[in-house]
Design a protein around this ligand. Structure first.
Ligand code: ZN
Length: 276
């Protein structure tokens, strides 16, 4: 393991507050990183056409555009707004030729305790925007998040749930597979094999590490090799499905945000070579 068979991509959130989109693209290119995952606010700040031009000029592949989904809302107007916002995100993803638009489930609407209903709202919303995404040629990639986010961020928490939704909605829907969110699931190997039965279902592969102790739910993710996730093992399962895309480093970490972004990228490259 550690063969670095996948080309490397860096998710822009890894340098979040330090770099604009232009700086992140230039930084990736400077270090020989061939992929980048972009965030909507950073792209909008740069300008969508300008962002698309900068990315193309540097020859980078956009391994994902983040983030959309989040369809559940307390009111029909809220659900309508989410649909409209997803269409704008699809337009952005198409403009920068992103390999996928990364979708979060969204949390439980305010005042509700209906988790099953929240999940249904996500599936219904995705079903509604799917024809628009298919027409634009944008793959919608559901990213299940660790269940600690079920209430406020993402009601889709298991690879099996993402597989079920892909089965239900069909063409144009895939999965963003993140070891940080999925590593603990006892059914992960079986559900990875299940995902692999549909070629192209796994659209993106994200890595970082689970630190012990984890001091913050959102901003204490670890550099690969610093935590307890057996990344090469999980990666081998994903490889066995035929996935041959990028390995995308995505680290939300106040510790790494405090470092020089060039040093962070160098560390990501080195760790991907040695522990992924
Ligand atoms: Zn991720």
């Amino acid at each position: 393991m550690g063969s670095n068979a996948y080309p490397l991509s860096i998710n822009q959130v890894t340098m979040r507050d330090r770099w604009s989109l232009r700086q992140a693209v230039e930084g990736c290119a400077r270090h020989g990183v061939r992929g980048i995952a972009t965030w909507r606010d950073k792209l909008q700040e740069c300008g969508i056409q300008e962002g698309a031009r900068i990315i193309a000029d540097h020859g980078l592949t956009v391994t994902g555009h983040l983030r959309a989904g989040m369809f559940p809302a307390a009111t029909p107007e809220g659900r309508r707004k989410a649909i409209d916002d997803n269409k704008r995100a699809i337009d952005e993803a198409a403009a920068i030729k992103a390999q996928c638009l990364v979708l979060l489930g969204g949390g439980i609407p305010e005042g509700s305790k209906d988790l099953a209903g929240t999940r249904r709202m996500f599936v219904d919303g995705l079903g509604e925007v799917l024809p628009y995404a298919r027409a634009a040629g944008v793959k919608m990639a559901i990213e299940p998040l660790h269940p600690m986010y079920a209430a406020d961020r993402n009601c889709i928490n298991l690879l099996s749930q993402a597989n079920d939704i892909c089965d239900e909605l069909g063409e144009g829907v895939g999965i963003t597979y993140d070891v940080y969110h999925l590593w603990w699931d006892p059914n992960l190997k079986a559900e990875t094999e299940r995902a692999g039965k549909v070629p192209g279902r796994i659209v993106a592969f994200h890595v970082c590490d689970w630190l012990v102790p984890t001091k913050d739910f959102l901003t204490d993710r670890g550099m690969m090799g610093d935590g307890v996730i057996d990344i090469p093992l999980i990666r081998s399962w994903v490889e066995e499905t035929g996935y041959d895309g990028f390995c995308e480093v995505e680290i939300l970490s106040s510790r790494w945000w405090a470092e020089d972004p060039d040093k962070v990228i160098e560390t990501c490259i080195e760790r991907c070579r040695t522990v992924c």
